[in-house]
Design a protein around this ligand. Structure first.
Ligand code: SAH
Length: 241
């Protein structure tokens, strides 16, 4: 019997004795790819009810059923941190979403900016990347990936109680760092390859919740900058402490 090693995200309620029907893709993954059989155990989570050990009670090519046995982890919510970024090339955008989920973002928000490279995203694909990242990193929560929206719109409706760590390439080499700022709710903003426009910069500076930050003496690519910024934030204010 295989011990619970595989982790699977399911969109189904979890609880002792609960049976979880598997769809075609899940059955293919568990029985075709991972070669699990009747009686084998896996770990399942649904983003709201923690992680559970579950046993295979029916295994078929196109379907199957798991039975929930016991909770192995409670739900662990990440800090209330949003990652706002302008989509770049497909593989790099995928990377940003995957890493944001691993690094503990609560919400991932792609935005179009004045110099955005890519005007379209596949929200469903990006959400699937966030799910896979949560499966892989032991998380019990899956950050929502929102649809593409305009940065200008997001800033126009900016919530008063959310601080904004604005990573501005114009600050390259400056000493601007994230201090210890009070506030539970945060967002990190990373620009596209083309950087921010002067109009965007002026607008961002006008927000009382904006904290301008330098990411060091070199210009980082947006994917690197996303990971670096989340590391700095987690270290200073997040759940790494
Ligand atoms: N084309 C721009 C660079 C854009 S880098 C230029 O040459 O000036 C992509 C994004 O990463 C930036 O918009 C910013 O959000 C972030 N970034 C990269 N390096 C940074 C740094 N040293 N300090 C602050 N933000 C940085």
């Amino acid at each position: 019997m295989k011990e619970a090693k595989v982790r699977l995200y399911v969109e189904h309620p979890l609880g002792a004795g609960q049976s979880i029907p598997l769809d075609r893709d899940q059955a293919h993954y568990l029985f075709g790819v991972m070669r699990l059989a009747l009686g084998d155990q896996i770990l399942v989570f649904n983003g709201t009810e923690g992680e559970w050990r579950a046993e295979v009670v029916k295994a078929g090519k196109r379907a199957g059923i798991l039975a929930c046995v016991k909770q192995t982890k409670p739900l662990q919510m990440p800090p209330d941190l949003w990652l706002i970024f302008a989509p770049i090339k497909k593989a790099r955008t995928d990377f940003i979403v995957e890493k944001a989920a691993e690094m503990g973002a609560a919400r991932i928000l792609p935005v179009t900016t004045h110099f955005t490279n890519s005007e379209r995203i596949r929200q469903d694909r990006l959400q699937a990347h966030a799910v896979e990242a949560a499966e892989q990193c032991g998380g019990t929560y899956v950050p929502e990936v929102t649809d593409l929206q305009k940065l200008d719109r997001l800033l126009a409706d900016w919530p008063k109680d959310r601080q904004l760590m604005f990573c501005d390439e114009a600050e390259v080499g400056s000493a601007k760092r994230l201090g210890t700022v009070a506030g539970e709710k945060w967002a990190i903003l990373i620009g596209p390859e083309g950087g921010f426009s002067d109009a965007e910069r002026t607008r961002l500076h006008a927000h009382a919740q904006t904290h301008v930050v330098s990411l060091g003496p070199r210009i980082l690519r947006a994917d690197t900058a996303s990971v670096a910024a989340m590391t700095l934030w987690q270290q200073a204010l997040g759940d790494w402490q």
